[in-house]
Design a protein around this ligand. Structure first.
Ligand SMILES: Cc1cc2nc3c(=O)[nH]c(=O)nc-3n(C[C@H](O)[C@H](O)[C@H](O)COP(=O)(O)OP(=O)(O)OC[C@H]3O[C@@H](n4cnc5c(N)ncnc54)[C@H](O)[C@@H]3O)c2cc1C
Length: 399
């Protein structure tokens, strides 16, 4: 039986581990944390991510937890439109799905349910070493135990140990901003002014605030963990203060922004907050696959292509990686066709991912600029590059 070791049980690792077990691989999943769990915020799943989940056989699971994201525009902090909401031009179909928002814990549960019961899950295992020899099988170790397999998948996130060994040219560098996310449960959500209850996006002076509805007030909705999800980005570094102080800072930074930004921050409690230090990989790894023995290693998700969250795509791209690997590895045989399949993974995925990483950096640079100059530059960029920003910042159905 073909064997795989997956390092890391985030969205990417869980998705690929499930895909491999369901297609006849013997999988061992190694996770540093003491248990498998998602965080308490939410994720926007773009049409490509929806298609990837369906390709992974998780379409029904997604339908049960997803809330639609209506088409919407981008506002300035004073409420004026920077980009008007636009009507959907085509009906949603199986092939052209809309974007959805899901609670991360719900997505996590769906991915864990997809692992089945034949997988070997080891939590509390932090991989420390990766043995690289072209004639040796792919091997990782946590210093106490060693695991060898036909395939090792490095899905261990932005600070990936597997990538450091395989692609030392790529380094995670700070993206120059800090980000917060939170879900306010429905019972604490304030009444929103008419027309502002469907979600939105606002940009100004290098700051950004976006919110979306998880299910509906008064009903269990699509998510059992419903409420309003928001994400805020500000220029600068990770804030070391306690959550209550961070929340006070956020309320001050976004104080004069149009409704309902202030209402949502007022309804947020310190324990709702999740802060992220945002980092991106530079340069893009030369390859996402490395041959060893009759098989080899691949990098997937943030381990391969961490980027700032400005495009809000990282998890979707990890799901795409998993779906691509599933297809390429279906009939791959160690020692014969597995190496060719791994080469094809880099060939298929790298050009798209390198392009999206460049776009992410451009959006980040534009957002980092401050004041009126930034406003002009941003507006110019919106005019000059609607295919980039219109698509990216609206979290829309556009493809
Ligand atoms: C503010 C913000 C908003 C975002 N919004 C969106 C969005 O709306 N849509 C979207 O698609 N993306 C979004 N993203 C990006 C998304 O969160 C990430 O790209 C995605 O979670 C990456 O998943 P991953 O599985 O590759 O890595 P991770 O989620 O980082 O998982 C890596 C796993 O590996 C484990 N691990 C690490 N090192 C080791 C080791 N040595 N041994 C064993 N295990 C290890 C970790 O514990 C972890 O469980 C957002 C990001 C931020 C910061």
């Amino acid at each position: 039986m073909r064997s795989a070791v997956v390092v890391g049980a985030g969205v990417g690792g869980l998705a690929v581990a499930g895909a491999l077990t369901r297609t006849g691989w013997q999988v061992t999943l190694l996770e540093r944390a003491g248990r498998l769990r998602g965080d308490t915020a939410a994720l926007l799943i773009w049409p490509e991510g929806v298609r990837a989940l369906r390709a992974l056989g998780l379409g029904d699971g997604l339908r049960a937890i997803a809330s639609p994201v209506p088409t919407r525009g981008i506002r300035r902090p004073n409420g004026q439109w920077l980009v008007q909401p636009y009507p959907a031009t085509e009906p949603e179909t199986e092939d052209a799905p809309g974007s959805v928002v899901v609670h991360r814990e719900d997505l996590h549960d769906t991915l864990v349910a997809g692992l089945g019961d034949r997988i070997d899950i080891r939590t509390g295992v932090a991989v420390r070493t990766v043995r690289m020899g072209r004639d040796e099988p792919a091997t990782v170790s946590d210093g106490r135990s060693t695991w060898s397999a036909d395939l090792v998948v490095g899905a261990d996130g932005v600070d990936s140990i597997v990538r450091r060994r395989l692609a030392p040219e790529a380094t995670a560098v700070a993206a120059g901003c800090a980000a917060w996310r939170a879900v306010i449960p429905w019972y604490r959500v304030p009444k929103l002014p008419d027309g502002l209850g469907t979600g939105g996006e606002t940009l100004g002076g290098g700051h950004r605030f976006r919110y979306a509805l998880l299910g509906e007030r008064g009903s269990a909705g699509a998510s059992s963990r419903g409420g309003i999800y928001w994400a805020a980005t500000v220029p600068g570094a990770y804030r070391p203060e306690p959550p209550a102080t961070q929340l006070s800072l956020l309320r001050r930074w976004f104080a004069d922004w149009h409704p309902p930004v202030g209402d949502l921050l007022a309804a947020t409690e310190p324990e709702d907050l999740i802060q992220h230090s945002v980092a991106e990989l530079r340069p893009v790894p030369r390859s996402f696959s490395y041959l060893a023995g009759g098989g080899g290693y691949v990098l997937l998700g943030d381990a391969a292509h961490a980027m700032s969250h400005h495009l809000g795509q990282g998890a979707c791209l990890a799901l795409e990686d998993a779906a691509a690997l599933r297809t390429l590895l279906l009939d791959a045989v160690p020692g014969r066709t597995l190496g060719t399949a791994l080469d094809a993974y880099t060939r298929d995925r790298r050009p798209r991912l390198a392009r999206i990483m460049r776009q992410s950096r451009r959006v980040g640079a534009m957002m980092a600029a401050n004041g009126s100059l930034a406003g002009r530059a941003r507006d110019a960029a919106l005019g000059l590059s609607p295919s980039l920003l219109g698509r990216v910042l609206r979290g829309s159905r556009a493809r």
